[in-house]
Ligand binder design. Structure first.
Ligand code: TPP
Ligand code: SF4
Ligand code: MG
Length: 290
């Protein structure tokens, strides 16, 4: 695969993220792939907080803070405003967490996707409401500990399949991407940039305090998520044409789970249930791709 490394840095190191934060690294990769001609809309969450406040903010591009549930609508409005003043080149990037996408921002996103607004929407999915203290979201995987799903009352529902839901809107482009495969991630962002209409990129974001792992394991965990098929890598065009990215050998999900404190209470039997669900989802995805 072609290596992409020489782009200009648009996120400086003086941010407020925790050590090993996947969100900040993903944002850095995405900005590098898009380039300077970008305007970022971000919702309440780690993504907005870690950037810091103007004039000391870490990103070197226009960065607009919107309310928690409105990333897609705000991005669509900004895009329309830019077009009114003759700017058709700036990529409008909505950068929102899983809470701001799967939950409170969902109606705004669904509306924008249905209207095929010309925005690039990236969901950085750390699988909980991290910024407010690790509460469950609908992106939290089954069996995961959070402060609102303590081990006495674990989350029983599976992670919401946001990609299938967005694909059902027949948007021109959707992709999943991982920090462990940065060239693939950059290629997808660059491809999305050239497409008109609603583009959705779903990034899995390991979060050391939220997932309870050592900060030096962020990339390893990103890789294990892909290898175990907990987070497969693929693209979908117009909700119909599914295509896998080059996928590594499949490994058992326990390899991914056992590195994370948020799953440390799970019994062998509970892990087997999770394995079966991942296998089923994977087979469904393979069917869609054929
Ligand atoms: C309408 C509204 N409700 C609640 C909040 C409080 N709030 C701020 S950030 C946040 C969680 C964000 O979660 P997510 O989108 O997953 O981003 P993360 O913190 O994980 O980066 C919440 C609930 C808010 N800012 N606005
Ligand atoms: S809580 Fe998680 S997502 Fe938020 S800044 Fe820390 S590592 Fe990053
Ligand atoms: Mg989150």
């Amino acid at each position: 695969m072609k290596r992409v490394v020489i782009e200009e840095e648009l996120l400086s190191s003086g941010h407020f993220a925790c050590p090993g934060c996947g969100e900040t690294l993903a944002f850095r990769h995405v900005l590098k792939a898009i380039g300077r001609k970008v305007a970022v809309i971000t919702t309440a969450g780690c993504g907005s907080v870690v950037d810091g406040y103007w004039p000391l903010s870490a990103s070197k591009v226009p960065f607009f803070h919107c309310s928690f549930g409105t990333a897609a609508a705000t991005a669509a409005g900004l895009k329309a405003g830019l077009e009114m003043i003759g700017d058709r080149r700036t990529t409008v990037l909505a950068w929102a967490g899983d809470g701001g996408t799967f939950d409170i921002g969902f109606q705004s996103l669904s509306g924008a996707a249905e209207r095929n607004e010309d925005i690039l929407y990236c969901c950085y999915d750390n699988e909980a409401y991290m910024n407010t203290g690790i509460q469950r979201s609908s992106a939290t995987p089954k069996g995961s500990w959070t402060t609102t799903t303590p081990i006495q009352n674990l989350k029983e529902e599976p992670k919401k399949d946001i990609d299938a839901i967005l694909a059902a809107h027949r948007i021109p482009y959707l992709a999943t991407a991982s920090l462990a495969f940065p060239e693939d991630l950059a290629r997808k962002v660059k491809k999305a940039k050239t497409i008109k209409g609603t583009r959705f990129i779903h990034l899995l974001i390991p979060c050391p305090p939220g997932w309870r792992f050592q900060p030096d394991l962020t990339i390893k965990l990103s890789r294990l998520a892909v290898e175990s098929r907990a987070f497969p890598l693929y693209e979908v065009e117009y909700g119909m044409r599914y295509q896998f990215s080059p996928m590594p050998e499949k490994i058992p999900v326990k390899e991914y789970i056992r590195v994370q404190g948020r799953f440390s209470h799970l019994s062998k039997k509970q892990i087997e249930v999770i394995q079966r669900e991942i296998d089923t989802r994977w087979e469904e995805l393979v069917d869609r791709a054929h």
